[in-house]
Design a protein around this ligand. Sequence first.
Ligand SMILES: [Zn+2]
Ligand SMILES: [Zn+2]
Length: 307
Amino acid sequence: MELTFLGTGGAWGLPEIACGCRICKKMRELGEKRNRTALLLRGEKTVLIDCGPDIRDQIARNAIERPDAVFITHEHGDHFIGMDDLFAFKRNVPRDTFTPIPVYLTEKSWEIIRLRFGYLEQMGVITPRLIDTGRWFEAGGLEAMAFKTDHGKTAAGSVGFLFRFEVSRGATKRIVYTSDFVDIPQIPEEAVSPDILVIQSFWLNEPVENRPSHMSLQRALRFIELFSPKMTYITHIGDADMVAGDPWNTCLKKYQPKDPLGTPSGDLPYPIPCCQTDWEKTLERVLSDRRLTFKAAVAFDDLKVRI
Ligand SMILES: [Zn+2]
Ligand SMILES: [Zn+2]
């Protein structure tokens, strides 16, 4: 099984348009980019997790064949608004040979997504498959289970996914994909100690007010400990931390940190990471300063991981 991080950026991608903050500026200088977050799982079958506005390019760049299953984590645009591009898989096979792509999502998410993309069902491009949380189902050659995640009032259908698949006779591996969230009411037992956990760090520091209901790296540490994975990948990275001395700190999107991460003595807050190397160094410092022994890495666009 191979995982490809198709995108690792927050809702508006990085560097963000109309933004000259230090984070976006540094990324532009380095030629770094983070597309909207999506993940591809490729084993005998192909599974796509989320389908945001960058999906056309993400599919083209990675020569992705027709997915056997699409999983949608929630009804925010950066996670589903690219679904019309799935049409290409129907348009480019001989007439009458296409079967609709099953799209797995909660009823609450479909209620919203249907208003925009109901025609994809009517035109036989997709078949929505409504899922309940806490129950195993089979999709795209995997066993999957959704679990409820709290991502605020505007994403009532928000879920994370646990995937289980056989690697050799009798031996299975598990991946937990958490998407956007601020809390998880109940972590399913089966999701503890997975091989891989994918978790977002929209900010480095937990903001004074967690208004868009996202995860900061600071907050994520507790969840990584609760899941106890063998390996963690950080994704869905944003640019909403305030960088010291940045005149763009007055922008609406920038958040004041509550109790910023820093040296354990508390006298030195870590500089806000701007680029991939900064994020990698900061993550390493956060873990070693706190003597946290779990393994974690910062994902970047098109990173491939074999499991
Ligand atoms: Zn998002
Ligand atoms: Zn969201």
